[in-house]
Design a protein around this ligand. Structure first.
Ligand code: 5BU
Length: 262
């Protein structure tokens, strides 16, 4: 089944990419939940409600007002036990050495994250630094480089995207790229360049159009058809009246896209 739905990329995938592809097939979903809730209780109840349809949990650890290391460890353990990858959307951007050290610190991201985001603006050593961070605690992880963003007026133009992809696709520490889910044409181009790397896309919502403060939304099914391997959904799920029912709708749309794409 996995080889059928993922095509030739299945055979050449390994490590976290293969784990992701397999978990998507198990849950028949490509949904990454952007769990942008601000309390541990809010996060925990959201996770309980939607875990059946969610394949990765995207966090902003510094949003949580009552964060403690112990409560966070329990929360991460729950996500892992539901077969999810944990993805801290930290958008690292510093030099390699500081990025490595920022994987530790108060939040100790290296000890619970499987994936993190980074800008490539400071150069390729950021990927080395982040990988060293995971190595420091005997864990493996993967970096998602921001090749595009979903917000209007962002400065990641086509030349920048091309450079990020050219550098990132040759780097074993790079799991994949963030693409703009609101623009299928741009995603199609990104897919052509990205080789075997993953493309995960924020800026998707079943209600397409403009979001808050410059966020833009495209249709999740269209994003997968255009080349997205994972749809990042935040408010579309966590603000829904019935998050479980809605998460299922996103899972179905993403899975249908994967089955139908060439
Ligand atoms: P939303 O509620 O579905 O709009 O949440 C989107 C999430 O994805 C939110 O956590 C952002 O930090 C994240 N995001 C994004 O919206 N756009 C981007 O280009 C990147 C991340 Br990178």
């Amino acid at each position: 089944m996995s080889a059928e739905v993922w095509g030739p990329r299945w055979d050449s995938a390994s490590g976290l990419a293969k784990q992701w592809m397999e978990a998507c097939v198990t849950k028949q979903s490509l949904v990454i939940l952007a769990a942008d809730r601000y309390t541990m209780d809010g996060l925990t109840s959201l996770l309980d409600e939607v875990s059946e349809y969610v394949v990765a949990l995207k966090t902003h650890v510094d949003l949580v007002v009552d964060w403690t290391a112990q409560a966070w460890a329990v929360f991460c353990e729950a996500a892992h036990s539901h077969g999810m990858l944990i993805f801290e959307d930290r958008k690292f951007a510093d030099i390699g050495k500081i990025s490595r050290d920022q994987m530790g610190g108060v939040y100790d991201i290296r000890s619970w994250s499987d994936l993190v985001t980074a800008h490539l603006i400071s150069g390729p050593d950021i990927v080395t630094g982040l990988q060293e961070g995971w190595k420091d605690v005997g864990r493996n992880g993967g970096v998602l480089l921001l090749a595009q963003m979903s917000s209007r007026g962002n400065l990641l133009d086509e030349d920048y995207t091309d450079t990020v992809v050219a550098v990132g696709k040759e780097n074993g520490g790079v799991f994949g790229f963030i693409g703009n889910g609101s623009q299928p044409e741009g995603l199609r181009e990104l897919r052509k360049q990205a080789g075997n790397k993953m493309i995960w896309t924020p800026g998707v919502n079943l209600a397409i159009g403009d979001g808050e403060m410059g966020q833009r939304y495209g249709d999740p099914y269209e994003a997968v058809l255009a080349g997205s391997d994972g749809i990042i959904v935040g408010s579309g799920i966590h603000r829904a009246n019935d998050p479980a029912h809605t998460a299922r709708a996103y899972a179905d749309a993403s899975w249908r896209g994967l089955l139908e794409r060439d």
